[in-house]
Structure formats: structure tokens, C-alpha cells
Design a binder for this molecule. Sequence first.
Ligand code: ATP
Ligand code: MG
Length: 433
Amino acid sequence: MDYDMILLRYGEIAIKGKNRSRFEKAAYHHVKAVLAPFPRTNIIKEYGRLYVELNGEPFQDVIDVLKHIFGIVSLSPVKRAPSELEPIIETAKKLMQEMNPGPDTKFKVNARRAWKAFPHGSQDLQHLVGAPVLREFPQLKVDVHQPEIELRVEVREGSTYLFSEVIKAAGGFPLSSNGKAMLLLSGGIDSPVAGYQALRKGLEVEAIHFHSYPFTSERAKQKVLDLAQVLANYAGRIRVHLVPFTDIQTRLHQSGHENLLITLMRRAMLRISTQLAEERKAMAIVTGDSLGQVASQTLGSMNVIGRVSDLPLLRPLVAMDKEQIIRYAEQIGTYDLSILPYEDCCTLFVPKSPATNPNLNVVERVEQSIPELEQLIAAAVEGTEAIILRAGGHPDDAIVINANKGKTEHKEQQEINHNSDVPGADSTHGDWF
Ligand code: ATP
Ligand code: MG
């Protein structure tokens, strides 16, 4: 397929009122980030639209990436012609060739003369282009009311844009236009889907993963990074916090309340996540919980677990069925990774009969009987390692930024400086590029 550009249209929600320029800026930054693996592409910003010039980059690969720009409702591949009648007609025929119309296809030309010096008006142009296209494709029938193919011709001063196909895109809100949240990311099927939904709703997402190395293997950690890489390919970039959970888990296990272990672990995870959220200025925590799926996801469990955090707990999958979640996972490309075998820290000392309706008082008393719990939680936060994954990258070349907290600030600063050459980078976007 031979196209010159791709046109991106914003959703209506995204362009309303005073948020418009903020939304458009966010979408621009998002496109810029996911196109990093296609260095010849060039983005053109226009009122209410974006164009991506391909300059020889592979059309289908670029479309596949752009389809997941949040806040964009549809895309159209565009052919460009010089703004002269003959080349416009020739290009219209080529475009129709790509559309490969079947018998009795209803069709119309919709022309717009934006460049007033062009010698033919919009109405004239519709006929001047339509007639030769009809001659070349006798299977077409003109229908101006309900065309199956609408061939759009936009005459501009520099060149004329021709397009027809409309490809559905992700919709939602532009990335990072609704604030930042921390995503609890395990190696399962659900949490990566929850992460995608959060991104789609305009949240900037940082992932948190709890590992119990050496009880859980290096491979299990790699699996989570591979899943996070898929999210990074959508988001442009994702920061993953890897939290050492072994000591806490071991200590909670020693407390002897086997049926409450999952509840206790989840509360510890949520406390740590809340502290990390504060550090990273995130305003919510996203999980892959789906009501009733397992013991820790009953309403009773959610209630007791959720009390340790005063941040909003967002559960995009709460009312979804497993089959629906699996379909999403397949669509976003995480399913095959998620079903690989792995050990999660929570499956380690998995109790035979986990409480489905834990008692808050009992849970609090158990926690109070472990005086060093606060310290263990602080140590886990302190020992957290962060990794940055970028679109198109491979988890192996991820940047580790705080294996040692002393060095962190310095490296992180370099990271930010390095990226400050992104056009339009500004404080409203924090440091997500
Ligand atoms: P998933 O497919 O997301 O693992 P699940 O059905 O296995 O979900 P649980 O293991 O009960 O569900 O976990 C519920 C949620 O808790 C997960 O969706 C995730 O958000 C969070 N979670 C569980 N384990 C971890 C972990 N090791 N690190 C970070 N978050 C976790
Ligand atoms: Mg899980």
C-alpha cells in the first residue's frame, strides 16, 4: 500500500472547551513517543487534527501503533498530490484502486477548496474528479446520501490531500490528560488489561510489581517486565517499580494466620503502593480486581484490604467477566505472555482456605502483633528498584534508575534532561518522556 500520510481525528470529548489545547498537546506527545521506533515519520499539528507523514516508514506498522493513540477516534490513510487538476484526478484513481470496490458500490466525491486561488470551486471539483473515476471503475454508482465510499479531496496551497478509508482507533482520553495513577501489575491476565483501560482513560500509569526473590524466579520478574513492555508500547514509556516483598511475606506467614495471609499481604502491598504513589505524585491506585473472581476479590475482602489506603482504588475490570477480560487481553497482545507459567509471590504460601469474608478487627490485631511490620514496609519502599521501559524497546535495554537510592536522583535528572528536547515538553507533562 502506498500512502503518504495518516490523518488522526480527535474524539469530540477531547476537543471540547478549555481543555482543548491541553488534550491536543497530550495527544501530540503521545504520538511523538510511540513513533520513536519510526524516525523518518514527521508529525504535523493542525486545528482539530494531526497528520503523520510516513516518509517511507512501513504504513501498516505505523497504523498499528497509531490505532492505540488514546483520544483519537479514527484514522485515515492519505495520498498527497500537487494542487493541480490532472495529478489530483490520477491520485483519486489510485486511491480508488486501493479501496478495491466491489459491484454496485455506492460512492461520492466530497471536495473542499481550502486554497482559494485554486481555479476550480468545490462543486466543480466534485464532478471533475468524480467523472473520470466513474469511467475507470464502472462498478461504482453515485449516491450522495448514503455512500459506502466517500472520496475526500482537500485542496490546499502546498498540496492536495485525498483519503477515503476510515479506521477505528482507541478513543478514550489523551494519554496523561487525567492525572497519574499507580498500577498493581502481576504476571496474570487481569492487571495488564486494567492497565490498558487506565491508559485509555487518560491516566499516566506507573506500574508496581511485588516479587519474592529468590522464592519467585528471575524469570517471573522478566515476565512482568515483558507485560509492562507491551503497555509501554502503548504509553510511549512506563516506569516499573519492583518491590522486594520476601521479608514481609515471610514475616506475615510466620504469624500463623494462614487463612488471612492473602488479606494481610494485600494490605501490606497497598500500604507500600500508597507510599510510592505519594512519592511519585500519583492520585489513585489501579488493580486488576474483578468482583468475586477469587477469595481476595469478594466485596468483604475488598473492604478490609482497601481500608489501608485513602487513595481512590480504581478497578476497571470490577464488573467484567473473565471471558471478556481474556478477549481484551488478546486484543492488546498480553494474553500469550500472561498464560506462560510463573510463580507470583501470592501463590507461594497459598492457604488452603483463604478467608472470603475477613474480619477487620482480627486482621488489625494480627498486624499489631507484628511490631516490626512498619519497619519492614519502610524497608520495602526504600529497597524498591525502578526501571523505565520505552515504546519499541526491549526490556533488556531498560534503564534502571534506583537500584541504589543515592545514585537515583542523578541518573534520573540526566534522564529528564536527555528528554527535554522533545518539542513542547513542559511541566504539565511531568517527566513521562
Ligand atoms: P491478575 O491476572 O491481574 O494477576 P488475578 O486474578 O490473578 O489477577 P489476584 O492474584 O487476586 O488476581 O490479584 C488481584 C490484583 O492484585 C491483581 O490484578 C493485581 O492488580 C494485584 N496483584 C496481585 N499480585 C501482585 C503482585 N505480585 N504485584 C503487583 N500487584 C499484584
Ligand atoms: Mg495474580
